[in-house]
Design a protein around this ligand. Structure first.
Ligand code: GAR
Length: 204
């Protein structure tokens, strides 16, 4: 393997997917190849971003497939068909089962918009994370990229970046700044780091 084949799993706007596409185009992820984008939401704007970048896409609806087990079976099939080495959850708003995460042990990354272990776990996603940080009155927040295991947001931390909170921040302004200053920088770096490790392990 010269480059790790990466699948990006999305549910929404896909700005983190865009950060990966742009980093790859700039040559900043030489050990990673974006090979597949999977969405669990059929009209997610992330799919448009993927199509514009010429990336293959798959949409899988948990409800249409009849539940978690069938969804994960279809997901596994799509990942295997594309010979995926590394899975990146980039705003993917579905919790994966322990059976699934064990199958891809240390081969699933997630980006979370806080400094884990603050404001994470079940119920903490998207804007809710920033609402909770502002409610608590913390002065510093940030983003974390971590491995995914059976505990929501509980896997080993790979990279973190802090972002200062401003007095007049709203959840929306804070979300935007955390994305711009932390998430969009961290995710490509983490993908390149883990892809390099996978490629080197494969060559041993
Ligand atoms: C990002 O802020 C990401 O960190 C967050 O959702 C947003 C998705 O935006 N993920 C979570 O909260 C996961 N628990 P995007 O679709 O524009 O990348």
């Amino acid at each position: 393997m010269r480059r790790a084949r990466v699948a990006v799993l999305v549910s929404g706007g896909g700005t983190n997917l865009q950060a990966l596409i742009d980093a790859a185009a700039r040559g900043e992820m030489p050990h990673a190849e974006l090979a597949l984008v999977v969405s669990n939401v059929k009209d997610a704007y992330a799919l448009t971003r993927a199509e514009k970048a010429g990336l293959p896409t798959v949409t899988l609806s948990k409800r249409a497939l009849g539940g978690q087990e069938a969804f994960e079976a279809a997901l596994t099939e799509a990942l295997e068909a594309a010979a995926i080495d590394l899975i990146v959850l980039a705003g993917f708003m579905t919790i994966l089962s322990g059976a699934f995460t064990a199958r891809y042990d240390h081969r699933i990354l997630n980006i979370h918009p806080s400094l884990i272990p603050s404001f994470c776990g079940e119920g903490f996603y998207g804007l809710r994370v920033h609402e909770a940080a502002l409610r608590k009155g913390v002065k510093v927040t940030g983003a974390t990229v971590h491995f995914v295991n059976e505990i929501p947001d509980g896997g080993e931390i790979i990279l973190q970046k802090a972002v200062n909170i401003r007095e007049n921040d709203t959840p929306e302004t804070l979300q935007k700044r955390v994305m711009r200053l932390a998430e969009w920088k961290l995710l490509p770096r983490a993908v390149e780091k883990i892809s390099t490790e996978l490629v080197m392990r494969n060559e041993e």
